[in-house]
Design a protein around this ligand. Structure first.
Ligand SMILES: [Zn+2]
Length: 200
């Protein structure tokens, strides 16, 4: 059996997870959607919802993980002012969000926004060099996309399942599925262009 992430083994000296360790349900889905857990819908009790024709998008709160429903038109206009209905913190602050594997899966499973994910590791020089560029890209791409950072040294099982062999790797997900990936560092403009080019 081939182990993913040979670089991680070499650099960290730790074994990486092998591929078939994921739950059966993820394989049955053919994707990464994990189990549906109870989630907080900020305006679920809004009785006007039935007659509200405004399109709403699910946005996972970067602070508490609650699922909020946000007016799609507002996001389309670049309005970042929305606050989480549960923890009341801003849903967008123009910065990438560091996520562990569980929170990554929550975004993947529930977020309607395209997810632009930087898979990186602390020991990776090019990753550290790209970090400011990725942060700048967040300024430009929010709130139409969610920018996440996954430390592959901590989320080794996830990196292995996604077949990430070198870092930094950028991946774009929409609707719970990968739509594009690219390895190697980019500057901010390159990240923005790449993401916009591949987002549906
Ligand atoms: Zn929240």
């Amino acid at each position: 059996m081939r182990l993913g992430l040979p670089d991680f083994q070499r650099k960290s000296g730790r074994k990486v997870a092998t591929l078939p360790t994921f739950r059966n349900e993820t394989q049955a889905n053919g994707g990464l959607n994990s189990s549906r857990e109870a989630t907080y819908i900020s305006d679920e009790s809004n009785l006007q919802e039935d007659i509200d024709v405004t399109e709403k998008l699910h946005v996972v709160c970067p602070h508490c993980g609650a699922v909020n429903r946000v007016d799609a038109a507002r996001l389309g206009q670049g309005d970042r002012s929305g606050k989480c209905g549960k923890c009341h913190q801003p849903l967008f602050d123009g910065h990438p969000v560091e996520v562990d594997e569980a929170r990554f899966r929550k975004h993947l499973d529930r977020d309607d926004l395209p997810l632009l994910v930087d898979f990186w590791a602390p020991w990776c020089g090019p990753c550290r060099m790209m970090a400011p560029a990725f942060a700048q890209a967040a300024q430009q791409l929010e709130p139409r996309m969610r920018l996440l950072k996954v430390n592959t040294e901590e989320a080794q099982q996830l990196g292995a399942q996604l077949g990430i062999r070198s870092i930094p790797t950028l991946m774009l997900f929409q609707g719970g599925r990968e739509v594009a990936r690219m390895s190697g560092a980019l500057d901010a403009g390159g990240i923005v262009n790449w993401a916009r080019q591949h987002a549906v």
